[in-house]
Design a protein around this ligand. Structure first.
Ligand code: HEC
Length: 105
């Protein structure tokens, strides 16, 4: 038991790092890249090309405009969860811009 205590601490610290400080309502908005990697890549993949488990669309090939993406991200659609409570409007816009402009095509 004692031998495992330091390990549990490390795991707890890693989990705290992974979830970041966004839940504390900090003033600094996350960049599109960091939002994508913390909130989206588990379903969409690091490169946005999708994940068979979630049957996600290939984001770099999406025909949606940036504005339409903002709507899907904020309100959700089908199995895509809504993010309007988790992300600020600036973060949603940033991540939509990241998908449109910065994902490898
Ligand atoms: C729980 C898994 C999951 C998570 C987390 C998730 N998505 Fe999705 N997303 C989906 C699924 C499934 C779809 C397809 C929805 C449909 O069939 O209508 C989708 C669709 C989309 C679309 C529409 C693409 C198109 O061309 O129609 C965008 C844009 C999108 N997601 C962006 C994001 C962003 C940005 C995040 C992170 C803030 C995110 N998603 C997080 C599962 C997820």
């Amino acid at each position: 038991m004692n031998r495992l205590a330091p390990l549990a601490l490390v795991i707890a610290a890693a989990a705290a790092l992974a979830t970041g400080c966004s839940s504390q309502g900090s003033a600094k908005p996350q960049s599109g890249l960091s939002v994508f990697h913390t909130k989206c890549s588990r379903c969409h993949g690091n490169d946005g090309r999708g994940n068979a488990v979630f049957n996600t669309p290939v984001l770099p090939a999406s025909r949606l405009s940036e504005e339409e993406m903002v709507q899907v991200i904020a309100k959700g659609r089908s199995k895509m969860p809504a993010f309007s409570l988790e992300l600020t409007p600036e973060e949603i816009k940033a991540v939509a811009g990241y998908i449109k402009n910065d994902l490898p095509k």
